[in-house]
Design a protein around this ligand. Structure first.
Ligand SMILES: Cc1ncc(COP(=O)(O)O)c(C=O)c1O
Length: 453
């Protein structure tokens, strides 16, 4: 790593573990005190009860002074590393100058609007701002309905869109977790998963035409003919970095256009450099009608966005689009600074490069460990799927849990869930640090395979 980089740390000190047990005693104490009252923790936190004190670039430090290499970016959020000085300063400036002015225009909001119109593809020129990904998804649904004067929505098995009623209804519901009811008019269809194809051609490759043919039948027979939009994650994030076949999104784009329904793409997780493009669907030359942005958009500051193509953008006028925090000056400053940093530091290119390096390294791991069924990466959105058997592809959940804990104990902060190891390192990372993190994962998989594989 260049010593000039703002996030330089001596590579010999990452990870740097100072307590005998990880998490250490202070972590356990703070965690126990906090969770007397703070309820509803994610599985990842329950499995590894560490208490973090600070973050710097690609590292996180816990309350015991253990320093971890960060392969999580919070939760796909701090794409530019923890506390990027330009983003932090931008937020601090407006924290002292003007924190909220409802949806009145401000110079900083104007600059952000102009920058978004400049960097986004095609005629995505109408924007509204929110404070979490879920709120952006809800607004996206409302804008699709307003633009088409139709109400039904179609979405995909195992996609995730957030936790309010509309977003939950669009996503994969487990009744015990989110409540058993999907809102009326919300439909779900399967999407092609390159590792678990439902329909294949005689040569074994995935048959995307079959999926499209199914959607056509579904629209005709299972809806009431009032479909506003087809909503999709370009790559499934929560679902496990699940990649679509290359021809799928372009075909889906055409399908939507031909049938007069809008294509809404949820890029809360995949946008703003995570995959090496502003929008992930740019990898396949696709411009959606409506797209949601979040997570890395403000590099940690809660700011999200719905972007709409020019022909539909006046629909914002009929959905009472504004909110209390959406587009506040601190949020606009964070999003504008994040966007400028991505351009100035050529981070789209870096993310793409890291993805290529990671894929090669993970393919080597796959040759060495039979419990690895599949490896994938698009920029800094990466996944390793663990299976009990490569023929049956049966998920190996116990292995996922062990690998997660072992790697964390070796100093890698990350976010796997179940049998799919999900990695989202900051896109400012350099190749050496990336390979260091992947070495830790390799070791953890090797040990796990010996124990239970
Ligand atoms: C694709 C996608 N949409 C929406 C959301 C919800 O975003 P938030 O947690 O900011 O409400 C998420 C969060 O993980 C997501 O991954």
């Amino acid at each position: 790593m260049s010593k000039q980089a703002w996030h330089y740390v001596d590579p010999a000190t990452v990870p740097h573990l100072v307590t005998k047990e990880i998490p250490g005693p202070k972590s356990r104490e703070w965690h126990a005190r906090c969770t007397k009252h703070f309820k509803g923790l994610s599985e990842q936190v329950k499995l590894f009860p560490v208490s973090f004190e600070s973050g710097f670039g690609c590292t996180l430090t816990d309350v015991d002074g253990n320093r971890y290499l960060d392969f999580s970016s919070g939760i796909y959020v701090t794409t530019l590393g923890h506390c990027h000085p330009k983003v932090s300063e931008a937020v601090a400036t407006y924290a002292k100058k003007l924190m909220n002015a409802h949806d009145f225009t401000t110079p900083i909001k104007t600059l952000l609007m102009e920058k978004l119109a400049e960097v986004l593809p095609g005629d995505l020129k109408g924007f509204q701002l929110y404070d979490c990904g879920t709120a952006a998804v809800e607004a996206g649904i409302r804008v699709c309905r307003a633009a088409t004067k139709k109400h039904e929505m179609v979405s995909c098995f195992y996609d995730y869109h957030g936790k309010t009623y509309g977003a939950v209804s669009l996503g994969h519901i487990r009744s015990s977790v989110y409540g058993a009811v999907r809102a009326p008019g919300m439909h779900m269809v399967p999407r092609p998963d390159s590792y678990h194809p439902m329909w294949t051609k005689p040569d074994g490759t995935i048959d995307t035409d079959q999926y499209l043919a199914f959607y056509a039948q579904y629209l005709d027979k299972a809806t009431v003919g009032s479909v506003a939009a087809f909503c999709i994650e370009p790559i499934q994030g929560w679902g496990g970095s699940v990649m679509p076949p290359d021809d799928f999104l372009p075909k889906l784009r055409k399908f939507c256009t031909d049938r007069g329904i809008l294509m809404m793409v949820d890029e809360v997780l995949t946008s703003w450099g995570r995959t090496g493009k502003w929008l992930c669907c740019e990898h396949w030359g696709v411009t959606p009608d409506v797209v949601t942005l979040g997570k890395g958009f403000g590099n940690g500051f809660p700011v999200t966005c719905v972007a709409v193509r020019e022909p539909f953008m006046e629909s914002f006028e009929s959905i009472s689009a504004s909110s209390s925090y959406g587009g506040n000056p601190m949020a606009c400053a964070a999003a504008l600074a994040s966007t400028e940093v991505i351009i100035e530091e050529k981070l789209l290119e870096n993310a793409q490069h890291l993805g290529e390096v990671a894929l090669k390294r993970m393919e080597r791991m796959k040759q060495e460990h039979r419990i690895i069924g599949d490896v994938r990466a698009k920029g800094c959105l990466m996944g390793i799927e663990l299976v009990k058997d490569r023929t049956t592809k049966e998920p190996f959940n116990e292995a996922g849990k062990r690998v997660y804990q072992k790697a964390f104990q070796k100093g890698l902060a990350w976010i796997p869930a179940g049998h799919i190891l999900r990695m989202s390192p900051p896109i400012i990372m350099d190749e050496d640090m990336l390979l260091k993190g992947l070495d830790i994962i390799d070791e953890a998989i090797g040990e796990t395979q010996k124990e239970i594989g």
